[in-house]
Design a protein around this ligand. Structure first.
Ligand code: MV4
Length: 448
């Protein structure tokens, strides 16, 4: 087992990793920027090293400085958390060169899954259902138009270097093709330095369902059931839940088997997520694979009683998984509490937390790095807490979630708590019958 793990991250996920390391008897090294001097991950880790100025490019994204910190402290592994360098092939490669175990995917895996058109081809070959569309990349507008007629409008153009919604355009009919093509090319070229596109049939009003998987160094993988992430605003998830209100035992078994087939086909090692779109007929299709631990991993932990960070560390150390799958024994929902003003278009609201009270009681878990008197720096992600609520039914979870949100006191800044309270009162949300388009028609002006 590793003796010392450096955590190349900040905020709640750095704390989350430190906590499991402590329970496993592994020493931890925190790295931090000058803006994070007063952060809890700095205080909770066994050692802490300042790696630079506030901007991420000078600190949490700076490969040289992070590797130097690992060398100086003699860390034998690095956990990248999510975001930052967690899906950076170069970082994974540099860790390998320095003989430091990267607790994440290999550079080859990151590149293979990072290119969406090739990831799709790989999954299709493994027998995973994929959305009908172009065979690989499109070479020209003329070819695109020809393919679109075959696929049938509406279609969607996607950047192969994209993901998370960037470089994507929906095309309703042939008259809109050229503009959608130009816009998607321009956006993906500017964002990723790669403007190659592929095409798919556009699935209207789907659900976003993802399967948590974990694979070991023998090429064996298991799944830990689904998370429903359909409640998103501009591709930012605001709430996640498991089990999904629309996933039947049959869909779960099929989707789980597909995710495992995909993972085993590529000998996936570590924790990963296979994202699917589920249409109104109950058919599902591979969308993307994430080669990292995700923000919403705790809801899976709560319903399966499986410490994903611990298992991630174990498989990275070469320990095999049992091979059995994990199914929800409870219901769980996570509300992302962001330092944003939901009445002002979710505008960021950094600053000092002057007063803080966190909810408690049965079924409540809070993953957060904030405390009373803490100042949220403006440089990073605005998520300040994850309110994770478990219960015996979806109804119980929502009732308990509303109670917990009402108990939550965060003063000095604006947060998304009032939005979540409104959501818990929303009849459509309560019914469980909603799609990824849900927030497009949500009345944000009714918030407090
Ligand atoms: C789609 C789609 C409909 N049809 N692909 C959004 C993020 C990126 N991962 C892919 N996305 C979508 N791909 C086809 N063929 C609709 C979306 C989509 C979406 C997906 C999941 C959650 C929220 C979404 C919001 C808008 C569009």
């Amino acid at each position: 087992m590793f003796k010392k793990i450096l955590i190349a991250n900040r905020g709640e996920i750095a704390l989350r990793i430190i906590r499991t390391c402590r329970e496993m008897g592994i020493r931890t090294v925190a790295v931090y920027s000058k803006a994070d001097k007063e952060s809890l991950h700095v205080k909770f880790a066994d050692e802490a090293i300042c790696i630079g100025e506030a901007p991420s490019s000078d600190s949490y994204l700076n490969i040289t400085r992070i590797i130097s910190a690992a060398e100086i402290t003699n860390a034998d592994a690095i956990h990248p958390g999510y975001g930052f360098l967690s899906e950076n092939a170069e970082f994974s490669e540099v860790c390998r060169e320095y003989g430091i175990k990267f607790i994440g995917a290999s550079p080859e895996m990151i590149n293979g899954m990072g290119d969406k058109a090739s990831a799709k081809a790989t999954m299709k070959k493994a027998g995973v259902p994929v959305i009908p569309g172009s065979e690989g990349l499109l070479k020209s507008v003329a070819e695109g138009k020809k393919q679109a007629v075959k696929v049938g409008y509406p279609v969607i153009l996607k950047a192969t270097a994209g993901g998370g919604g960037r470089g994507m355009r929906i095309v309703k009919d042939e008259s809109g093709f050229q503009k959608a093509w130009d816009d998607a090319r321009q956006e993906s070229g500017a964002a990723f330095g790669n403007d190659a596109l592929y095409m798919e049939k556009y699935i209207e009003e789907p659900r976003h369902i993802e399967i948590q998987i974990i694979g070991d160094s023998n090429g064996k993988a298991c799944h830990l059931s689904e998370r429903d992430c359909s409640i998103q605003r501009r591709h930012q998830k605001l709430i996640e839940e498991t089990p999904s209100p629309v996933v039947t035992d049959e869909i779960r078994d099929k989707m789980g088997a597909a995710a495992i087939a995909g993972a085993e086909a590529i000998k996936y090692e570590g924790a990963g997520t296979v994202e699917f779109l589920l249409d109104k007929h109950g058919d599902f299709y591979f969308m993307e694979m994430n080669t990292r631990i995700q923000v919403e991993h705790p809801i899976t932990e709560e319903v399966t009683d499986f410490d994903l960070i611990k298992e991630q560390i174990k498989v990275a150390a070469g320990i095999s998984i049992t091979g059995k799958n994990y199914f929800p024994k409870l219901f769980c929902m996570e509300c992302r509490i962001n330092a944003e003003d939901p009445t002002k278009d979710f505008r960021p609201s950094p600053g000092k937390i002057t007063n803080l009270h966190m909810p408690g009681g049965r079924g409540i878990r809070i993953d957060s790095h904030v405390y009373a008197g803490y100042t949220i720096p403006p440089n990073y992600d605005s998520m300040i807490a994850k309110l994770i609520v478990s219960g015996q039914s979806r109804e119980e979870v929502m009732t308990r979630m509303k109670r917990a949100l009402q108990e939550f006191v965060i003063e000095g800044i604006k947060t998304t708590i009032p939005f979540h309270i409104k959501l818990m009162e929303d009849e459509e949300f309560k019914s469980g019958n909603f799609t990824t388009a849900f927030l497009e028609t949500f009345d944000f002006s009714a918030i407090k």
